[in-house]
Design a protein around this ligand. Structure first.
Ligand code: THU
Length: 137
């Protein structure tokens, strides 16, 4: 099956992955987010000697999107530097969910290319979100 990925999403996540700071795990992750207003934001994982303070790649990309003024995620691509396609960790699924609709595609890539794509609600079913708190956004 051929997976069609929005233009530039893989390349930009791959470039971000190469800038990861991951001296402890040596697991380099890149994330690219396409916002609904057509912009691409990227992040990489940034680890810390105090291990608990490390940041996932998705967190960096979401922060970049919000500070730049985009409001909504259209799709996400996550890539890591080995052969196993990177799926977002549980915390990052929740982070993405804050700004994405249930049907947002999450592309999972290894160092060679995109291997699978999943709807957000497939990765995070029955999720908790702003609607539970009565928030519009
Ligand atoms: N990591 C991410 O950046 N995103 C994920 O969704 C999975 C895990 C990072 C965190 C840590 O720096 C390294 O991968 C190993 O867990």
């Amino acid at each position: 099956m051929t997976i069609t990925v929005p233009s530039g999403l893989f390349e930009q996540a791959h470039a971000a992955m190469q800038r990861a700071y991951a001296p402890f795990s040596r697991y380099h992750v890149g994330c690219s987010i396409l916002s609904t207003d057509g912009r691409i934001y990227v992040g990489c994982n940034v680890e810390n000697s105090c291990f608990a303070l490390g940041h996932c790649a998705e967190a960096g990309a979401v922060s970049q999107m919000i500070v730049s003024g985009s409001k909504q995620i259209a799709s996400v691509l996550v890539i890591a530097n080995n052969d196993t396609p990177c799926t977002p960790c549980g915390g990052c699924r929740q982070l993405i969910r804050e700004f994405a609709s249930d049907d947002a595609p999450i592309y999972c890539a290894n160092q060679h290319g995109v291997v699978s794509v999943h709807r957000l609600d497939e990765l995070l079913p029955y999720s908790f979100g702003p609607n539970h708190l009565g928030a519009s956004s």
